[in-house]
Ligand binder design. Structure first.
Ligand SMILES: NC(=O)C1=CN([C@@H]2O[C@H](COP(=O)(O)OP(=O)(O)OC[C@H]3O[C@@H](n4cnc5c(N)ncnc54)[C@H](O)[C@@H]3O)[C@@H](O)[C@H]2O)[C@@H](O)CC1
Ligand SMILES: [K+]
Length: 510
């Protein structure tokens, strides 16, 4: 599913109308009807009053179709037009006239005192927000500037059309004032702000409805940002052949752990096994072997020499790097006290996929110029702090520009970048971006990243195409957290090891 900015959505609409010949009136009719179909299960009783708040643009035009459709179905609807009648133009005006010709009444905000308007809204159970859509520019102006915070104070169920009024639809972090929706029904394509924070928090529960814009129009304008959905996972997750053997599912090497960080290698290794890796070798510093080995029975071990309790030299021969492993993950719990020069050797000598996480990313900064010339694919899995360190920016800057900065970095260095966070983004070396919809705050905990690294490693070895492998790992990782929190676990108490334990049930759903 394509994710677009408001500007891209306007161009898509234009393409559908001007190049394909669909009428804007028809698209607006489709939008209003699709919206109503989507919200009907939410409206409990026909006696509950609904107020539809209609703004000056086409979002308001949708509001007229919605109002007409609800009235035709027998709902009690107050239809509030906020701008003066004569300000409504074009297709919105057409649908306003159709609405009026059906014999329905429009309440004009202009003709009421502000107190009376609010009083009437208070008598409604549901408020439908068709004030502003993707056409908003700059800070809110009157009367929206006053109406929007007042609506938020009413504490009603608010359902926004396309996006909560006042929100930008692009990658913008700051929100001055916007409707705090309970639900948002987005038209045709999710808008980018639905995956940036704090904007996401204004959307409430998000649904997407098809309004009949042809795929061609969407792909012609914006074909680089997608939501990775459950359907995509089901379509792309590898299926094990009955005739397969352990060698068919990949021979993984995990380079992880140190004397003081013995949990990370355990989590990464177990997660890698749980996602179907055929064989896993864990390379750890000799000083950590005894503790780690006592917790893992499925892997084999490769001992590295240590200094300061951390890996100093992996002692992996050229031949081992050339022939023995199908992919490597390096970084969880390796510490930062040595030179990390072994990472440079891996990057130049290993010609297959390498996943770099955690402290591996710390060392990577020293050798970042080697990425462009690597023989195999490189997959980096930073959180905002690690990414900020890699690109010499503040965490705030990263969080405000997650999409643009990841794209820039992935294309510049020719890597797959999995930027963790709410709505993890996977960016390919060509700059395509895939947004992960699963996961919750339970994942904001030490160890959950180590689990993800093991999952990415396992799937990368079992799928030809790397992007689906990486996106599937992020999806299943988030899904594990979602299943736990919907089955009695508080987000506070989910452990990284719980994610590994529940993986059989997660996979069972796919
Ligand atoms: N064009 C199309 O083909 C379709 C558009 N649709 C709807 O149309 C919407 C976009 O329509 P528009 O482009 O008319 O945009 P809006 O409905 O967001 O309205 C924009 C208008 O609001 C006013 N405005 C802008 N910024 C403001 C601010 N900061 N404070 C106060 N007023 C402000 C201006 O008068 C501007 O012209 C979408 O969100 C969607 O709901 C749907 O009907 C489906 C089809
Ligand atoms: K809206």
């Amino acid at each position: 599913m394509n994710v677009v900015t408001g500007e891209e959505m306007h161009q898509i609409d234009r393409y559908a109308i001007e190049e394909i010949g669909l009428k804007e009136e028809l698209l607006m009719e489709n939008a209003g009807l699709a919206f109503v179909n989507c919200i009907l299960p939410l409206l409990e009783k026909k006696t509950d009053r609904v107020a539809v708040l209609i703004g000056v643009g086409n979002n308001g035009g949708d509001g007229f179709v919605i109002s007409r459709s609800l009235l035709e179905k027998g709902y009690q609807v107050d239809v509030w037009l906020i701008p003066p009648l004569e300000k409504v133009k074009g297709t919105a005006k057409y649908h306003m006239e159709v609405f009026a010709k059906c014999g329905y009444q429009i309440l004009n905000f202009e003709n009421f005192t502000y107190e009376h308007f609010l009083e009437k809204l208070t008598s409604c159970t549901y408020l439908i927000d068709a004030l502003l859509g993707t056409g908003i520019r700059g800070s809110l102006r009157s009367p929206y500037k006053e109406i929007i915070p007042a609506v938020n104070k009413l504490d009603r169920t608010v359902i926004s059309v396309d996006l909560p009024s006042g929100l930008p639809s692009s990658e913008v972090c700051e929100v001055e004032e916007a409707i705090k929706a309970t639900y948002t029904v987005t038209l045709q394509c999710p808008k980018l702000s639905a995956f940036t924070y704090p904007a996401r928090e204004y959307y409430g529960e998000l649904s997407v409805v098809d309004i009949g814009i042809p795929r061609l129009a969407i792909n012609e304008i914006s074909n680089e940002r997608f939501l990775w959905t459950e359907k995509d996972v089901k379509r792309t997750l590898p299926v094990r052949k009955p005739s397969s053997h352990k060698g068919s599912h990949g021979k993984a090497l995990i380079i992880a752990g140190s004397k003081t960080m013995t949990g990370a290698p355990v989590l990464t290794t177990k997660a890698c096994h749980r996602l179907g890796a055929g064989l896993v070798t864990l390379a750890i510093p000799d000083v950590a072997h005894e503790v780690v080995a006592s917790q893992i029975i499925e892997a084999t071990f490769h001992l590295c020499s240590s200094k300061n309790g951390e890996i100093n030299d992996t002692h992996l021969s050229d031949k081992q790097l050339k022939d023995r492993y199908d992919a490597i993950a390096v970084g969880p719990g390796i510490g930062r006290n040595n030179t990390g020069s072994f990472l440079k050797t891996l990057l130049t000598d290993f010609q297959k996929p390498i996943i770099i996480d955690a402290d591996g990313l710390y060392y990577l900064k020293r050798y970042i110029s080697t990425l462009r010339t690597r023989g195999g694919a490189t997959i980096l899995t930073p959180h905002s702090g690690e990414f900020a360190f890699l690109i010499n920016e503040s965490i705030k800057t990263v969080e405000e520009n997650r999409f643009s900065l990841s794209k820039q970095f992935a294309m510049q260095h020719g890597v797959y970048l999995l930027l963790k966070g709410p709505n993890t983004i996977v960016t390919t070396p060509t700059g395509n971006q895939f947004i992960n919809p699963t996961g919750n705050s339970a994942l904001a905990k030490g160890g959950s990243g180590d689990v993800l690294t093991g999952m990415v490693l396992a799937l990368v070895m079992q799928q030809q195409d790397l992007q689906p492998a990486i996106s599937n790992a992020a999806f299943l990782h988030g899904k594990a957290a979602d299943i736990l929190t919907s089955h009695g676990f508080s987000p506070l108490s989910v452990l990284a090891s719980d994610l590994v334990e529940i993986m059989p049930q997660v996979l069972d759903r796919f």
